[in-house]
Write a protein that binds this ligand. Structure first.
Ligand code: ITT
Length: 194
């Protein structure tokens, strides 16, 4: 099955293509002629995942899915959450976002956080959503050079390394996105059998 992944984030694309395997051929936004940024105007991850997937389906009529992800920090009442991409600045400035997160958590004992990914899938006009969560905590300084975004500051529960200190395979095996994509694959198999 050919399926469009509605993302402009190259890191997400490589993580998800490693997870999906050969049964599904991932098509990029560029390949279907969508080069503009899809406006993310929703108030929740669920809404934004839906907005991105619908944007692509309405323009192309092709089966597609979108991922919206947020880092939810307990001591910050769930921030940056849906605003994770533009936490510190208007753009996707990972380094500035990480600096701001460390600043906001200065002196805080509770550093519990979780990554949450919502995937919206549209096949033959029918939309379905799945979610993946990983619990962990925010470290007091950055470690590691793998991954992207908040990975150098996020240590998943039960590990003593950040996501940025793990290989792509290790991160994918336990991450929010890995878990959401596992459910996506299950859903796609079920749909194929219908
Ligand atoms: P698309 O909307 O084009 O898919 P995006 O980067 O805007 O790409 P999101 O809105 O879902 O994607 O992501 C919000 C931000 O959360 C993202 O820019 C990163 O800073 C961060 N993020 C998402 N997934 C992450 C991950 O697996 N590890 C670390 N940070 C992540």
């Amino acid at each position: 099955m050919k399926i469009v992944f509605a993302t402009n984030n190259a890191h997400k694309l490589s993580e998800v293509s490693a997870l999906l395997g050969d049964r599904f051929e991932l098509v990029t936004l560029r390949e279907v002629g969508i080069t503009e940024d899809i406006p993310e105007t929703g108030a929740t991850l669920d809404e934004n995942a839906s907005i991105k997937a619908r944007y692509v389906y309405e323009r192309t009529g092709l089966n597609c899915f979108a991922d919206d992800t947020g880092l939810e920090v307990e001591a910050l009442d769930g921030a940056p959450g849906v605003h994770s991409a533009r936490y510190a600045t208007d753009g996707h400035d990972f380094a500035a976002n990480n600096r701001k997160l460390l600043r906001e958590l200065e002196g805080k004992v509770n550093r519990k956080a979780r990554f949450r990914t919502v995937i919206s899938l549209i096949v033959d006009g029918i939309e379905r959503q799945v979610e993946g969560i990983v619990e962990g905590e925010i470290t007091t300084s950055e470690s590691g050079a793998e991954g992207f975004g908040y990975d150098p500051l996020f240590m998943p529960e039960g590990y003593d390394r950040t996501f940025a200190e793990m290989s792509a395979e290790e991160k994918n095996a336990i991450s929010h996105r890995g878990r959401a994509v596992a459910k996506l694959v299950e859903m796609l198999h079920d749909i194929e059998l219908e």
